[in-house]
Design a protein around this ligand. Sequence first.
Ligand code: NDP
Ligand code: MG
Length: 394
Amino acid sequence: MPMLQNVTILGATGTIGLNTLDVISRHPGRYRVFALTANSRVDELAELCLQHRPRYAVMLDSGAAEKLQQKLKGMETQVLSGLAALEEVAAHPEVHVVMAAIVGAAGLKPAMAAAYAGKRILLANKETLVMAGKLFMQAVEEGGATLLPIDSEHNAIFQVMPPARLSALADGGIRRILLTASGGPFRKSSFAELMAVTPAQALNHPNWVMGPKITIDSATLMNKGLEVIEAHWLFNAPADKIEVVVHPQSVIHSMVEYIDGSVLAQMGNPDMRTPIAYGLGYPERLKAGVNALDLFKVGRLDFEAPDTARFPCLRLAFDALRHGGTAPAILNAANEVAVDAFLNGNIGFQDIPRLIEAVLIAMDIETVTSISQLIEVDALARAHALEWRQLEAC
Ligand code: NDP
Ligand code: MG
């Protein structure tokens, strides 16, 4: 790696994107912002361009890109639009590091482009691994990319695992992966209370500040389900070697249990700048602006088992992983539609798992063959999910 590394941030206007810019700004001699991307929020991206002066700014939406162009008149930043441009700035020969922080299935193709181009990929977009874990891991290998997990749990596991990727967990003397979960805002809510949950209540996460989609996923425990599938691909871990442990303080970010009885945990304040700094600097440690962990203030650490009767999304994700093939891609697409429908007030909180299960039952599960197949499956699952919503509304 050269002294000054060019960084592309996919999803720069999101919470992960902004946290990445915060860490990068603390190390100006080490990182240069090369490209920033967003979907449609022009004012937010324009502001970031004025501050960080990237070579490229990309908006998925072409109308939004035109508006951005107007706002950045006279600046050296080149404005591009569309999916191909997102892939281009992810794979550009001058780029060293790509932060993959687009939300949802939309992040898949740009992340694949970065993998084939052999970049250092800081992967926040877990949906890429859920949809296309096998193909993405193959692309990372073929492209000679370096994959660093940013999701706090996976980053924690990565920090306490043996350094080489294992062909089987047992080769590293590992018995199990213990994936921690905060339990979300409704950890103690009864089934009846869950029926009446509003979007505003679900958007109020007790420990983490995150974008709306992942915040709802955290409330349903689908986020943990997606993370189980993510851990499967990152660490070559079968479903029965991954245990979810509810830990409401979110101080232990995950653990690895070894055959000699040792359990290694990574701890810290719940602040995404820690995993981001780890990914940027690896194997060096960088200052991230994160406060030291005050154990006296934390006081105690609690653990409990997850309740899949109240939170069926976690069970659905485990089932999809065990089925394999296109099942996780179907789960992911149906979940995206369900979360959107819930946020728009069209379905209830407990309809989210019902909708996902209905779509999984309605669709055939196939062997994964290509990205284009997965994109078709994604579209079909969304169509089924929208149909279910309309049937329910009748
Ligand atoms: P946000 O909703 O805050 O940000 C999403 C970003 O993606 C925005 O820049 C948005 O642009 C852009 N975007 C949205 N849709 C599209 C699209 N169709 N095409 C291109 N760009 C798009 O999300 P988060 O930052 O919270 O999360 C990003 C990813 O990181 C998710 O996959 C999430 O699961 C993962 N993650 C997040 C964590 C967190 O703490 N936030 C923790 C662990 C993982 P615009 O602003 O224009 O809409
Ligand atoms: Mg996480």
